[in-house]
Design a binder for this molecule. Structure first.
Ligand code: SF4
Length: 363
């Protein structure tokens, strides 16, 4: 198959649904890691095509959702400074910190700009040498190489007025945390195809061995996801636990080595706090010593630890697969896209946003 329509063929989707139904003999709970996969599942009703014993729960792979409140507060503080041009992907602009969001700061006169690439932010720094240009570098392994490249390029060109406010997360430690929880219900994973395009999937092999769960590297189109579920259920039913690659048109076992090299050049592994989940050791990337001059937290002061979310928001439980968005008492009433209480209602990859957009107020 070469074209998008072929990956969305309804007849083939039904055949996968039937094939999964023929396989299943008992209940299984499978987590898709990536928020992009969650949106495809809810948008195309893929979960509704599955036999009842197969339950999909939604994982923490939405970068905007897991960026901690204190980093957003720090972004707001930096963006409000008169000497700063603050650049960010559009998704982050409406994510609430402990009070307001970046759009509110912009409305009060701050120079906050939406960019499509960290290299756009670097271009802004070249154009405005009298300003401090800060890029909000959030995301998983997928966006890390481009963000690393921006820091690498800034260093090479000796651009001194450019820095990164970094909140990069790594997927495998989050999977370990989910599996190690006493409340875990996940028995198999669909790993995120784009993350694995960069990183390969050797990192998942020890997780499979330690926790005896199948992991299927999976793409993002409806038939990718259904095939990934089929492969995962097949392993579970056969008592196998392996890493398998459904997304072989993009993912190789070793991943993209040049992308990994630039990440290693610029970043080092650090502990990170995940919004709604807490601190996970060695679960993030920070700028390495050689790139410390480009660290916005060094330039403008480190983010302060703050209290967790409004207690009404259960996004931490949703991101760990323990609850679903419509089980949140605030869903579609006190929390909606116009008045979000949590980041999962804001982000284009957030599970709450997906349920709201495609299922309205379904119980
Ligand atoms: S519906 Fe709103 S309050 Fe509830 S978990 Fe989602 S973001 Fe949080």
């Amino acid at each position: 198959m070469k074209f998008i329509d072929e990956y969305r063929n309804s007849g083939a989707a039904n055949q996968y649904g039937d094939a999964i139904a023929r396989l299943v003999t008992r209940p299984w709970t499978i987590m898709e890691i990536c928020g992009g996969q969650t949106h495809a599942i809810v948008k195309y009703g893929l979960d509704e095509r599955l036999p009842e014993p197969v339950t999909l729960v939604h994982g923490p792979g939405c970068p905007v959702c897991v960026t901690p409140v204190e980093l957003i507060d720090k972004a707001l503080e930096i963006a409000a400074r008169p000497e700063v041009i603050f650049c960010s992907f559009g998704d982050m602009l409406r994510v609430p910190g402990s009070g307001r969001d970046l759009l509110a700061v912009k409305a009060q006169g701050a120079d906050v700009r939406m960019v499509y690439s960290p290299l756009d932010a670097l271009r802004v720094a070249r154009q405005h040498p009298d300003k401090e240009v800060v890029f909000f570098a959030v995301g998983f392994e997928t966006t890390a190489p481009a963000n690393a490249m921006a820091a690498y390029q800034a260093k090479r060109e000796r651009i001194r007025n450019f820095s990164l406010l970094v909140s990069h997360m790594l997927v495998p430690p989050a999977m370990e945390t989910i599996l190690s929880s006493p409340d875990n219900r996940v028995q198999g994973f669909l790993a995120a195809g784009h993350v694995c395009t960069i990183m390969g999937y050797t990192e998942y092999e020890p997780i499979v061995k330690r926790h005896h769960v199948p992991i299927v590297v999976t793409g993002f189109e409806p038939l990718d996801i259904l095939q990934g579920i089929y492969m995962c259920v097949k392993q579970l039913e056969e008592g196998r636990t392996e890493v398998e690659n459904q997304y072989s048109r993009s993912v190789r076992r070793e991943g993209n080595l040049p992308a990994q090299n630039i990440m290693r050049e610029v970043f080092c592994i650090v502990p990170r706090k995940w919004r709604g989940v807490g601190v996970i050791g060695e679960s993030g990337l920070g700028l390495s010593g050689a790139y410390a001059d480009f660290d916005a937290e060094r330039r403008f002061g480190a983010a302060r630890l703050v209290e967790e979310e409004d207690s009404e928001c259960i996004s931490g439980l949703i991101l760990q697969g323990q609850m679903k968005p419509h089980q949140c008492p605030a869903f579609a009433s006190r929390c909606n896209p116009d008045h979000p209480l949590g980041a999962t209602m804001v982000s284009s990859e957030g599970a709450c946003a997906a349920y709201y957009k495609y299922r309205g107020t379904l119980p």
